[in-house]
Each structure stands twice: as C-alpha cells, then as structure tokens.
Design a protein around this ligand. Structure first.
Ligand code: IYR
Length: 222
C-alpha cells in the first residue's frame, strides 16, 4: 500500500467581532428563509455564469476522505429536457397510480402535486446531480465513503448558492431515476441523486402556504 500524506498549510481566517458576525449570519438566514421550492417556472434563460458559480460552490463542499463523489450535469438542450420530462412522467405516472402507498399519497395531497412535470421542459436549465459510489485511480477501483452524506451536503450548498444568486429551484426525485443515467450517458459508477430545475418563477407562480417548525421544536440546547 502506498503511503499518501498531504502536506499541511497554515489556515487563517480573519475574525470579526460578534456584532459583525451576527449581522452576516442574520443576512444569510433572511436570504435562505425567503427560498421556496417552485413548480411553475418562467422560460426566461439563466446566465451560464450564474450556474457555473453556484456549481463551483457546490463542488467546494466537504466530502468523505475528500473523494468529491459527485458529478453535476447541466441540461439546457430543449430536446434533452423533453426526453427527461418523458422519462420522469413515465415513472411518476406509475408512482401516483399505485407505486406510492396510500399513506404517502395522503402526505402529498395537501401539496396537490401530480405526475405531470411540464416544468422539466419550461425551466431553462436542469441540474442533475450524480453520486459516485466508487471512482478510479491509476486503473484501480477506489471506494468512496459517506457518499450520501457528501452528495447531500453538496446539494445543500448548490441550493443555497443558486438562491443567493437570485435563482429559484425545485428538488425533484422522479424515482427510480435510472433513466437519467441512460439519457445523460453517465458511467456505471454514477447514480442519479437529485434533479434540480433552475430558473425564475413564472409570473403566476404560486406556492403552498407552509411553515417551518419553530426553532424550539427542532433545536435543543443542553
Ligand atoms: N416525486 C413525486 C412525488 C413527491 C414526493 C415527495 I416526498 C414530495 O415532497 C413531492 C413530490 C413528484 O415529484 O411529484
């Protein structure tokens, strides 16, 4: 086994006083709490530079053993978006008409979602995040660690970064998502993890009036 040791470098972050830090933390919270998942997108295009910057934020996420077990595929091509919509609707039709148990359908009923996914063609860009259960180094199979945690964190970074750029998103999982690997020609070590349509809300976009739990319900101090 080859010993591979990273040299270390000094790490320094200028420290601010609490007041300045609280100000920044409040601004971040305010921005994130304004984020909503949307299902009605405007067809207006999104600048590639915005997508690229947000994707670089996502790719900066921490990961198990720094393996960075992810690939982000940006889809703007109308024909490919149409085929993704067709694939998603095929799966969702089966999901809504029997594959999801009654309890699940009941949980979804207040959101009034259904198998139709027009937004997959209307949104100007779809980002498909793939997880890599393993990778390759020097022709050898390389195990990846904490893949779901790592890719989940990267997706969180991505949603926050797109939101900070002023863009809207949906976290979509038209499961099973194997069709995305086929359509996007990804290799066998990659599995679709999440499909994120990105863009601007349509003029008549509406979102359900849902609330987050109170901080005291989800945050415990000991
Ligand atoms: N994937 C389906 C169903 C769905 C499931 C959950 I959990 C949601 O929060 C929303 C939808 C769909 O996209 O319609």
């Amino acid at each position: 086994m080859t010993e591979r040791i990273y040299p270390t470098i000094p790490y320094f972050r200028p420290r601010e006083n609490d007041e300045a830090m609280i100000h920044r933390a409040e601004a971040f919270l305010e921005e994130l709490t304004r984020r909503r998942s949307i299902r009605q997108f405007s067809p207006d295009p999104v600048a590639d530079a915005l997508l690229s910057l947000a994707l670089q934020s996502a790719a900066s996420a921490p990961s198990g053993a720094n393996m960075q077990p992810w690939t982000f595929v940006v889809v703007k091509d109308p024909d490919l978006k149409r085929r993704i919509r067709e694939g998603a609707e095929t799966e969702e039709k089966a999901n809504y008409s029997g594959r999801m148990p009654p309890e699940w359908l009941e949980a979804l009923a207040p959101l009034q979602t259904d198998w139709k996914k027009e937004f997959l063609e209307i949104a100007p860009a779809l980002i498909v995040i793939f997880k890599q259960d393993f990778g390759w180094r020097d022709g050898q199979k390389l195990h990846h660690y904490y893949v779901n945690e790592s890719v989940g964190i990267a997706c969180g970074f991505l949603l926050a970064a797109l939101n900070a750029a002023g863009l809207s998103t949906l976290t979509h999982t038209p499961s099973p998502m194997g069709f995305l690997r086929e359509l996007l020609g990804r290799p066998e070590n990659e599995k679709p993890f999440l499909l994120v349509p990105v863009g601007f809300p349509a003029e008549d976009c509406r979102v359900p009036d849902i609330r987050k739990k109170n901080a005291s319900e989800v945050i415990l101090w000991k």
